[in-house]
Design a protein around this ligand. Structure first.
Ligand SMILES: Cc1cc2nc3c(=O)[nH]c(=O)nc-3n(C[C@H](O)[C@H](O)[C@H](O)COP(=O)(O)O)c2cc1C
Length: 187
């Protein structure tokens, strides 16, 4: 797969088979992530991998409960509560078998940029390997609570920036259209 096929073909996948991703595949994704550009070469990212089904289910429930309570889905962000997202049968991780959380210490203005660039590398690499991914912004608030940091191994002084689910897609995901680039100026 060439890079343009990966960029245009990647989709957020929201339906997965129960197949677990093996350790080799997870490590390949993390390796792709750490090749992202990084401000002043700080490589500030760090990763937590969660594959324990009961942990994922409990975390999904907590994320939905926070949303239900009107908490913003991301610090400083807006709440996007909807009936669909808080329905009892809805799983915030779409029953994916793996959650990778990209975390960092907030040491500078571009730390979150590092994490998001790493996230895109990871998602494109996953797509090129036939795996599906989806950013789960809904889980950010729950992940940054002291309870969940402790439970899944995020140090207190780190922030969870990007939760990404990874799994084997249950079926192909149809293309999602994009608006053309909004070019404000070209002088
Ligand atoms: C910051 C961010 C947060 C997101 N949070 C969620 C989420 O909580 N749940 C979800 O299903 N998709 C989430 N998404 C995925 C977007 O809905 C998706 O990228 C968008 O609809 C475009 O579709 P595509 O990724 O297939 O191109 C998130 C994406 C980003 C960039």
């Amino acid at each position: 797969m060439n890079i343009n096929e990966a960029i245009t073909g990647r989709r957020s996948v929201r339906d997965y088979t129960p197949t677990k991703i093996d350790d080799v595949a997870v490590r390949q994704l993390l390796e792709a992530a750490v090749h992202a550009p990084t401000a002043i070469h700080e490589e500030s990212w760090a990763f937590v991998v969660v594959q324990d089904k009961s942990l994922l289910n409990r975390l999904s429930d907590h994320a939905k409960a926070l949303l239900n309570s009107g908490a913003p889905i991301h610090p400083g962000g807006l709440s996007h509560a909807s009936d669909h997202l808080v329905a009892p049968e809805f799983n915030a991780f779409y029953n994916a078998t793996t959650l990778i959380v990209i975390c960092a210490k907030l040491t500078g203005a571009f730390v979150s940029a590092d994490c998001w660039l790493a996230a895109q590398n990871l998602m494109l690499a996953a797509y090129s390997q036939g795996l599906g991914t989806c950013v789960i912004g809904l889980a950010v608030s729950a992940l940054n609570t002291p309870q969940w940091k402790k439970e899944i191994g995020i140090p207190e002084d780190m922030t969870a920036f990007v939760p990404i689910i990874v799994g084997v897609p249950a079926h192909p995901t149809p293309p999602v259209s994009r608006k053309p680039p909004n070019i404000l100026s070209w002088k």
